[in-house]
Design a protein around this ligand. Structure first.
Ligand code: 4H7
Length: 237
């Protein structure tokens, strides 16, 4: 997969692309993450990327010129046509099913905004999709793009170790994870649940499933609701 990131702050992505699961996926050639600075596509002597809003009011707005020029240069490089995604609080809310769908794309292009945001014509003419990572405000789209990249890359075949991949499958069914424990068996008087030390794999499996269900019911009943909806749709279809 290829992911192009368009941003005024390409250096913000360095730790992401060089560390942990995403860093390893890049090393293994599972994903190619290419950063482009809008500022390299300005045409005036001041290299302006933003300007005052028409109609007045505070703040600055990212201009069409450098953003269109950057997208056209990057997307027109001969590779597959990328799906162009704008990260914005106005977007469709990201969830795991959207992540899985995007992980199937050959190429994504992520547009990160700053200042007061983008000129409206960038949204309407350039973006194929607008995505929000949640209902809160960020100073720029970069952290949102990083969240999206991390969530997608870990789904690419070979990105996780085999063990993790298997576990990921069992969690991909829309439940919260069951509790995890490691050594020591007792820590400050807090014991690990006996069943996990029993060696009875079927019982452990049942316990984990029931923990995942009760935990989801207690903390995120909306997830169980969605799961029910998905299941009833599957039956009626
Ligand atoms: C596009 C338009 C994403 C991008 C406006 C981006 C939250 C999310 C941004 C803005 C983002 C999310 C500019 C609006 C700065 C807020 C203070 C970048 N914030 N901004 N303003 N939830 N900000 O996915």
């Amino acid at each position: 997969m290829r992911i192009d990131v368009l941003t005024l702050f390409p250096e913000m992505f360095t730790p992401l692309v060089s560390t942990s699961i995403v860093g390893r996926a890049v090393q293994r050639g599972l994903v190619d993450i290419v950063r482009t600075n809008y500022r390299d596509y300005t045409s005036d002597s001041h290299r302006s990327v933003d300007d005052k809003p028409f109609g007045g009011g505070g703040g600055m707005v990212l201009m069409c010129e450098p953003v269109f020029a950057a997208v056209e240069a990057v997307a027109g490089d001969g590779g597959p046509e990328p799906l162009k995604i704008l990260l914005t609080p106005q977007g469709q809310r990201l969830d795991q099913s959207m992540v899985a769908e995007l992980a199937g794309e050959p190429r994504l292009l992520l547009l990160c905004g700053h200042y007061e945001g983008f000129d409206e014509r960038i949204r309407t003419e350039l973006a194929d999709r607008q995505i929000s990572i949640g209902d809160y405000v960020l100073s720029g789209g970069e952290p949102a793009a990083m969240v999206l990249i991390d969530a997608i890359v870990r789904l690419l075949p070979g990105a996780l170790g085999d063990q993790n991949a298997a576990r990921n499958d069992s969690f991909a069914d829309g439940l919260l994870e069951y509790p995890h424990y490691t050594r020591p068996r007792e820590f400050r008087g807090l014991a690990v649940p006996e069943v996990l030390l029993s060696g009875h794999h079927r019982e452990i499996e049942t316990w984990r499933r029931s923990q995942a269900l009760s935990r989801t019911q207690a903390r995120r009943p909306d997830l169980l609701e969605q799961k029910r909806d998905r299941m009833s749709r599957t039956i009626t279809e």
